[in-house]
Design a protein around this ligand. Structure first.
Ligand code: NDP
Ligand code: DXP
Ligand code: MN
Length: 382
């Protein structure tokens, strides 16, 4: 594999730091050209000292001064508005987008327009602007490779296959910390309980999304755009052990699955090495001691976020962007302890019912609908 020059957006987060662990294992295969963080300037400064990138970006401008010394001789950008510049640097081959939420969309679009390989962890990019991104991909030489574990599993199952031969995608879901809770028990769950994912150690936003199962809804939309598959052909299934990361059933009745321990380093390295593979020093499954692999149907009544997400893609237009913005606001309000857990789907549902938008879909109007939805989602359920 030719040495790749990387821009890592969100290098201080869960995906960002795991990516840097992979790069430490393969200094001959990867060179870090750019790193970015939002406010964690101390960790960013350590990363800059270790990886010596040509470009460093800190979103929170009040910390630019703190980073100046450590970046001397290299370029320091201050403010989130510069993220798309980082995503389209001429001497970068691959942009790993590990930003969280809608904040990642502009960078995904910029990287695609600049013809990069985009290793996409930021699923919200495809949720809000899947149509725009797909159109841009057709016009450029860019590649969009998923980092998300389920979509990496799908890609691994589909490599060497024709998309026309897919009968169904089975997307697995852990069920989160509240899989066995009743609807009544869900009324009183705390932030601490919701942040305690049974299998994965991830950033706060996605961990809450996993607990409401909105994460699975977002991932169904993500799979729809990545593999050009109608939503009714994507079946979510609960698999509490998170060993099977997803499956494809083909038109002849055969199914392929991708399995492994719940470890994001595996899909991250695959997104960087695809279609090749690189060795990775990380724990392996012990199949002699493998636990039972079990499956259950999704309870759409208990976890309405999955249904809301699937319906939003059927509605089309701005509906997935409204769903996403309302969910981001609701999750943050829950984390701030301003609302109860069960208010998260309520805020999403009310936003989808109340916000109407007829303008044509483009990156600018997407910004406006995102803004309007956030104002509404913050104003309800006090
Ligand atoms: N974590 C995981 O295992 C998985 C994550 N994903 C997806 O990957 C993405 C990243 O998730 P994760 O790593 O968990 O998230 P984290 O919250 O751990 O990290 C987010 C990163 O983005 C930066 N950031 C946060 N907000 C902004 C903003 N508004 N503008 C610019 N930078 C920002 C953070 O900087 P700072 O540290 O300074 O705040 C941090 O570097 C998400 O879309 C998630 O859904 C998908 C599959 C698995
Ligand atoms: C690791 C990863 O890809 C997460 O998106 C994971 O899927 C979360 O688990 P559940 O949403 O299945 O609980
Ligand atoms: Mn996932």
């Amino acid at each position: 594999m030719k040495k790749q020059k990387l821009a890592i957006l969100g290098s201080t987060g869960s995906i960002g730091t795991q990516s840097l662990e992979i790069i430490r294992q393969h200094p001959d295969k990867f060179e870090v050209i750019a790193l970015s963080a939002n406010s964690n300037w101390k960790l960013l400064a350590e990363q800059v000292k270790e990886f010596n990138p040509e470009f460093t970006l800190i979103g929170d401008e009040s910390h630019a001064k703190d980073l100046e010394k450590v970046c001397s001789g290299a370029t320091l950008l201050s403010g989130k508005k510069h993220l798309p510049e980082l995503a389209s640097l001429e001497n970068v081959d691959t942009v790993l987008n590990a930003l969280v939420g809608y904040s990642g969309f502009d960078s995904t679009l910029a990287a695609i327009k600049a013809g990069k390989r985009v290793a996409l962890a930021n699923k919200e990019s495809l949720v809000v602007g899947g149509e725009i991104i797909t159109e841009e991909l057709k016009k450029s030489n860019a590649e969009l490779i998923p980092v998300d574990s389920e979509h990496s599993a799908m890609l691994q199952c589909l490599t060497g296959e024709s998309l026309d031969n897919i009968e169904k995608i089975i997307i697995t879901a852990s069920g989160g910390p509240f899989r066995t809770f009743t609807k009544e028990q869900l009324q009183n769950v705390t932030v601490e309980q919701a942040l305690n994912h049974p299998n994965w150690d991830m950033g706060a936003k996605i961990t809450i999304d996993s607990s409401t199962m909105m994460n699975k809804g977002l991932e169904i939309i993500e799979a729809h755009w990545l593999f050009d598959i109608p939503v009714h052909k994507i079946q979510p299934v609960i698999h509490p052990q998170s060993i099977i990361h997803s499956m494809i059933t083909f038109i002849d009745g055969s199914s392929k699955a991708q399995l492994g321990l719940p470890d994001m380093k595996v899909p991250i390295i695959y997104s960087l090495s695809y279609p090749e593979r690189l060795d990775l020093d990380t724990p392996r499954m012990n199949w002699n001691e493998a636990q039972n692999l079990t499956f259950e149907p999704v309870d759409f009544d208990k976890f309405p976020c999955v249904r809301l997400a699937m319906e939003s893609i059927e509605t089309g237009g701005y509906a997935p962007a409204i769903l996403n913005a309302a969910n981001e606001v609701a999750v943050q309000r829950f984390l701030n302890k301003e609302i109860g857990y069960i208010h998260i789907p309520e805020i999403v549902e009310k936003s989808l019912a109340n916000i109407d938008w007829n303008d044509s879909l483009n990156a600018e109007t997407l910004k406006e609908i995102d803004k309007e939805t956030r104002v509404f989602a913050k104003s309800i359920i006090k």
